[in-house]
Design a protein around this ligand. Structure first.
Ligand SMILES: C[S@@+](CC[C@H](N)C(=O)[O-])C[C@H]1O[C@@H](n2cnc3c(N)ncnc32)[C@H](O)[C@@H]1O
Length: 225
């Protein structure tokens, strides 16, 4: 069952209406459900020290939840929507996270907004729940940015629900896709992991691991080929 769907948890934890606004109750609800499973994967793959960049941070729920678990990592939040920055900073203050930097504006479709590699490389770059509501072309941005900004042993981790080899992995993911497609927004809908892989390959990255996550989500981990 996709985390984006209702289940037996429904009574205790009702799912708000699907709303991709990063400050919406729906995005907060999804984040609260996926933050612990994602953290447990990151505990196995993040280095002890280094620099980690989050793309499309939204309200900053994840980066501020993860940061205390990696006190020797410097975390850099980002989003293309500068309206979320105050929320990210408020969450940072609430959590007392001294290892979370001020958010920076990164638009994955506009290379001019990307950090300069001369200012530092990243050991990990992660992005959570963007592809259901963003065009597939966003993977070109993520891959090109990764190719530019990853340290030699660094990786990009992409979390979300995906189709695999053209198929839905479960009937519930198919139902979820139908639900979001019904909204009629051109770029919405589940993307296929193999299309992400193709774009990443084009930019010199290769899929290293696919982590199966609860609620039929995945983490796709890409590193330099
Ligand atoms: C559904 S929200 C997910 C937010 C957060 N990652 C989470 O899981 O709570 C999608 C996020 O993608 C961001 N976004 C959409 N298009 C983007 C782009 N071209 N470049 C960077 N961020 C983008 C939005 O501003 C929003 O914060």
């Amino acid at each position: 069952m996709s985390e984006t769907q209702t289940s037996e948890v429904q009574i205790a934890d009702p799912r708000p209406c699907i709303d991709p606004n990063p400050l919406s109750p729906y995005v907060a609800w999804a984040g609260n459900r996926n933050k612990d499973p994602i953290l447990s994967v990151f505990k196995g793959v993040f280095p002890k020290t280094g620099n980690v960049l989050e793309l499309a941070s939204g309200a900053g729920l994840h980066i501020n939840y993860f940061a205390p678990h990696f006190p020797e990592i410097r975390f850099q939040p980002s989003d293309y929507d500068a309206d979320v920055f105050e929320t990210i900073k408020a969450k940072r203050a609430e959590s007392g996270n001294e290892n979370v930097a001020d958010p920076v504006r990164i638009d994955l479709t506009d290379e001019k907004t990307w950090p300069d590699p001369k200012d530092g490389l990243y050991d990990a770059i992660f992005v959570i729940n963007i592809f259901q509501v963003a065009p597939l072309a966003i993977i070109d941005g993520i891959s090109a940015l990764g190719a530019k900004l990853l340290s030699p042993a660094g990786f990009v981790a992409i979390y979300g629900p995906f189709k695999v080899k053209g198929e839905y992995t479960t009937p519930s993911n198919e139902a979820f896709d139908k639900e979001i497609l019904a909204a009629g927004v051109k770029e919405w809908g589940l993307k296929d992991a193999r299309d992400l892989e193709k774009a990443a390959n084009y930019h010199g990255l290769a899929l290293k691991h696919r982590f199966d996550m609860p609620a039929n989500n995945f983490i796709l981990q890409f590193a330099r080929a």
